[in-house]
Design a protein around this ligand. Structure first.
Ligand code: CLF
Ligand code: SF4
Length: 491
């Protein structure tokens, strides 16, 4: 049996200095999603729950990782964007299949990952079917793992149909974070999304199915909110079907107490064999998604950093180390060693203090600009909140909007890695440039003359002047240089 948890890595000295250096150079990949509010504008009790959760806090996603265990394969509804051969695409990318685990296997895997990935803070169950419908396995898994690793946060994702039946147990088990996928609050809209549901021992179709699902979703949301369990609502944006309606969904879920709303673009491909894929239903483009999100700024808080990850994803959002921890690579027995996670947390606490101060200074810098320009900046980062990745190594760029009003994360753009060991394909570069639609400037830790010239020809500036700086500090410095204030120009 191969064993990827090497003795070397288990025995390696874990010093705060080593971890700090790893953070600065981007030893972890990153992304961004969730509330970016900090302690100043958030109830301390809520902040304590979200501050280490990479999905519920945009800031936390720079530092912390999640892992999913695929223990819940059964599902009680049919979504038109899902092919049951694959993972639940309410929370995962469609078209990927996860290694299904028993609760006992899940325990082995979580312990192995906790020993090896110090950033791990959250254990999620997001399918590959529905975590609440396949409740026995979900419950057993959470129970066993939280007894072994008490400080791990428990998180589950559900379509909501079976949710009301388990809210009291969710409360008893200290599951603080629940995601419900709500694609409509008008059952008529749901008819085009859900061909059937299975409820009360029978199959329902059409408007009745949609009505029941809607009522159960609303009931589950209200019950969780009453108990102060943080609810994230996921909605799949389906152009022509529910895109405009999601404005109403946002209002309703906010009124019912949702903490966060995550609008995920439909991913539709005939190769996935889904109804939408086969009938040519398209997904939205990046700018369409942004336009919708911008219309929701008065509603419930938005998560913009979702990576639509797999039901067996492991690592920082935007990276997936799941394949390193396949069951056949794990030892039969492994004892939990909390030392790496503890050291990492201490280092992160210090780093976050510095990051917070730099963010505040960056906000002041851009506020001083008199230009009024609002631009999109793409950043290549491997995590830790810094500009620390080569342009050619990026598989995604984090996109920020900057104006005198502030610097805000607005999403990510996935790209094909351009650099293949010293050379790059023109076709790949073209696709990267296309993915950067609307972006004014790219900030990275290094970029060659050739891609820089091609970006420039496409109207996109690229700079490695701010390499290894905090993201917001680099953006602010770039913005101030590009939009000098009258005071500075005359000084
Ligand atoms: Fe997993 Fe979901 Fe919990 Fe996060 S994911 S169950 S809330 S721990 Fe996060 Fe992945 Fe997006 Fe989900 S990036 S798909 S929102
Ligand atoms: Fe598929 Fe998830 Fe919908 Fe069930 S809830 S049909 S697994 S996408």
């Amino acid at each position: 049996m191969a064993q990827i948890i090497s003795l070397d890595s288990l025995m390696a000295p874990v010093t705060p200095e080593a971890m700090r250096a790893q953070l600065e150079s981007g030893g972890c990949a990153s992304s961004s999603c969730g509330s970016s509010d900090g302690p100043a504008d958030m109830d301390p009790e809520v902040w304590a729950k979200v501050k280490d959760h990479p999905c519920y806090s945009e800031e936390a996603h720079h530092y912390f990782a999640r892992m999913h265990v695929a223990v819940a394969p059964a599902c009680n509804i049919q979504c038109n964007y899902c092919n049951r051969k694959y993972d639940c695409s309410n929370e995962s990318r469609p078209g990927v299949v996860s290694e299904k685990l028993t609760p006992e296997q899940a325990m082995r895997k979580v312990v192995a990952v906790a020993n090896e990935v110090p950033q791990l803070s959250v254990l999620g169950i997001a399918g590959p079917g529905d975590a609440c419908y396949d409740w026995k396995k979900t419950k057993e898994t959470f129970k066993e793992i939280s007894a072994r690793i008490p400080d791990i946060k428990l998180c589950l994702s559900t379509n909501g149909l079976a949710l009301p039946d388990h809210v009291d147990e969710i409360m008893d088990m200290n599951i603080d974070h629940v995601t419900i996928t709500i694609n409509m609050v008008d059952p008529q809209v749901g008819v085009a999304i859900y061909p059937w549901i299975f409820y009360n021992h029978r199959r329902w179709t059409g408007l009745e199915a949609s009505q029941i699902l809607h009522e159960r979703q609303m009931l589950g949301l209200e019950m969780l909110a009453e108990r102060k369990i943080l609810v994230k609502v996921n909605s799949v944006m389906i152009p022509g079907i529910n895109d405009k309606h999601l404005i109403e969904v946002n209002k309703v879920v906010k009124a019912k107490g949702a903490f966060l709303h995550n609008i995920m673009p439909l991913i539709s491909d005939p190769a996935h064999g889904t109804h939408f894929g086969l009938t040519g239903q398209r997904g939205p483009g990046a700018m369409e998604l942004k336009e919708l999100q911008d219309q929701l700024s008065d509603g419930t808080k938005l998560m913009r950093h979702c990576r639509q990850c797999r039901a067996d994803a492991v690592g920082m959002l935007g990276e997936d180390r799941g394949q390193e921890f396949n069951m056949d690579l794990l030892p039969e027995e492994v004892a939990y060693d909390p030392s790496k996670r503890a050291t990492y947390r201490a280092v992160v606490a210090e780093e976050r203090g510095e990051h917070g101060a730099k963010k505040a200074a960056a906000a002041e810098t851009v506020a001083a600009s008199e230009s009024g320009a609002k631009v999109l900046i793409a950043v290549a980062t491997k995590g830790g909140g810094r500009i620390n990745q080569h342009f050619g190594h990026a598989t995604e760029f984090q996109v920020y909007e900057v104006s005198p009003a502030g610097i805000g994360f607005i999403g990510h753009r996935k790209v094909e890695k351009y650099c293949e060991g010293g050379w790059g394909e023109d076709a790949t570069l073209d696709s990267v440039i296309a993915a950067l639609d609307g972006v004014k400037t790219v900030l990275c830790s290094k970029i060659g003359d050739c891609p820089k010239d091609s970006l420039s020809a496409a109207g996109i500036e690229a700079s490695h002047e701010y390499a290894y700086d905090w993201i917001e500090a680099g953006i602010a410095a770039w913005y101030a240089a590009a939009h000098p204030s009258a005071a500075r120009l005359t000084a």
